[in-house]
Write a new protein. Sequence first.
Length: 181
Amino acid sequence: MRSRIFTLAAILTALYLVPTLPAEASPKPSPTPHLLAEQSWTQFSPPNGSFIVLMPGSPKEDKETEKNSDSTTDSYTYTVETSIGAFLVGYTDFSDDISSVDSKRLLDAAAQGFTTNGGKLLNQQNLLMNGHPGREVKYADSDGTTSTARIFIVKQRLYQLHAIASQSQDVKKFFDSFKLI
């Protein structure tokens, strides 16, 4: 799941920095899952305090930096895996404001990014959060696992939430609790 956020960041970086060239996702190694016993839901906010979200345990933080000749992008992910499912929230910082770029094009690329490596797009719908464009995407991985993701563009930052859970109320709780601060 974390590899998808990094792949998506690479796709969006390519779209943003080189709009005339097709974006290609570079495969990333799959990180070792952070497994936790089922816990009660607690509020989480990253060190920079840019958002709050409810998560079913203490998340594991990962950071990846991608450099090219023009800029550097940093991606941060916070993941919890429990017996009720896997939940990831993260963001990618771009060097410039990406909200001025065609948001539909960026969100379309993000949705297609979930279908790399044999995945299948099941459903998508446009969202708006505090005036910022977003999209909810439901997709199936090549192994048949169904996931739901939400993506939002806020200035130079791309926020992502991913949930793989059998109970829709857990997915709803996770997504509905996400707030920018």
